[in-house]
Design a protein around this ligand. Structure first.
Ligand code: A2P
Length: 272
C-alpha cells in the first residue's frame, strides 16, 4: 500500500500507518510493531507519553528495513512543552527510538501558554534537519489560529480524534483551507464503534469487516489513518483496504453517522 499524502514541503506520509497508543512497553509493543512491519506497514505512530519508544525502536532496528523506507512519528509530551525542554525531550525520544532523525514530530496537546514556544522548538528541529516534517495534535481551529500569529511554518498536519461518530467536518474544512493534512487517531473509535448497524450492512455488501469499511472511509476522504492493534490477525486485516471502493452513497451514509461523540478528552478540557 503505497498510497501517500504530501505535506506542503513535498515530504510524503503513507495514508495508512500503525498506531501504538495503549500497546504496552516491552513484548507487547515490540511484537505489535514487528507484526506491523511484516504486514507491510511502513509508518509507525508513537509518542513519548506512550512509554513504548524503546520497544518501538528495537522492533524497527530488528526489522533490518532500510531507514528511508520507514516513516516514524513521535510527539512531545505536555510536561516537556516550552522551547528548551522540547529540544531536550526530542533528544530523549531520538535516543530511545535509536534513530538519527524523526520523520514527523508533533505537539501532543495544545497546552495553553506553552504551545507557541514549543512550536518554535519544532521549527528549529525542522530547520536543522533533525525532523522531516512538523505538526500538531488535538488542535481546534482556535488553537491553530492562535499559533498562526507567531509561527513561521504552518503545521503540516493535525492529528485529531476522528471516526464516523466524530467526523470533524468543520475542522477538516479549516485544515484543508490551510493545506494542513488531517490524521485520524482512534479511527475505530477505540474499537467501540465497530458494532454500528449501518457499517455492518456496508461491510456485508463488500464482504469486508467493519474496521476495513471505516478505514477505507478515511482513505477516500483523504485522511491519514493510524489504527492500533496488538493482534497479528487484526494488524493484517487493517491493511486490506486497497481492493475495494465505497460508493458515494455509502460514503454519505457513513458521514451521516456523526454524533460529535468523543471517546477521548476534549482538547479544550484536558488536565494531564
Ligand atoms: P486489539 O489491539 O486487541 O486488536 P483505535 O485505533 O480506534 O484506537 O482502535 C483500537 C482498538 O480497536 C483496540 O482495542 C483494538 O484491539 C481494536 N481493533 C483494531 N483493529 C480491529 C479490527 N480489525 N477488528 C476489531 N477490533 C479491532
Amino acid at each position: 500500500f503505497k498510497d501517500t499524502a504530501t505535506f506542503t514541503n513535498g515530504v510524503e506520509i503513507p495514508r495508512l500507518g500503525f498506531g501504538v497508543w495503549q500497546a504496552k512497553d516491552g513484548q507487547e509493543a515490540y511484537e505489535a510493531v514487528t507484526h506491523a512491519l511484516k504486514s507491510g506497514y511502513t509508518s509507525i505512530d508513537t509518542a513519548a507519553a506512550y512509554k513504548n519508544e524503546e520497544s518501538v525502536g528495537r522492533a524497527i532496528k530488528d526489522s533490518n528495513l532500510p531507514r528511508e523506507e520507514l516513516f516514524i512519528t513521535t510527539k512531545v509530551w505536555n510536561a516537556d512543552q516550552g522551547y528548551e525542554s522540547t529540544l531536550k525531550a526530542f533528544d530523549e525520544s531520538l535516543k530511545k527510538l535509536q534513530l538519527e532523525y524523526i520523520d514527523l514530530y508533533l505537539i501532543h496537546w495544545p497546552v495553553a501558554d506553552k504551545y507557541s514556544d514549543t512550536w518554535r522548538a519544532l521549527e528549529n528541529l525542522y530547520e536543522t534537519g533533525k525532523v522531516r516534517a512538523i505538526g500538531v495534535c488535538n488542535f481546534h481551529e482556535h488553537h491553530l489560529t492562535e499559533l498562526f500569529k507567531t509561527a513561521k511554518i504552518t503545521p503540516m498536519i493535525n492529528q485529531i480524534e476522528l471516526h464516523p461518530k466524530l467526523s470533524q467536518e468543520p475542522l477538516r474544512a479549516f485544515c484543508e483551507k490551510h493545506q494542513i493534512i488531517v490524521e485520524a487517531w482512534s479511527p475505530l473509535g477505540n474499537g467501540k464503534i465497530l458494532t454500528d448497524s449501518t457499517i455492518a450492512e456496508i461491510a456485508k455488501a463488500h464482504e469486508k469487516s467493519p474496521a476495513q469499511i471505516i478505514l477505507r472511509w478515511d482513505l477516500q476522504h483523504g485522511i491519514v489513518t493510524i489504527p492500533k492493534s496488538v493482534n497479528a490477525g487484526r494488524i493484517a486485516e487493517n491493511t486490506q483496504l486497497f481492493d475495494f471502493e465505497l460508493s458515494a452513497a455509502e460514503m454519505a451514509k457513513i458521514d451521516a453517522l456523526n454524533e460529535d461523540h468523543r471517546t477521548g478528552p476534549d482538547p479544550d478540557n484536558f488536565n494531564f
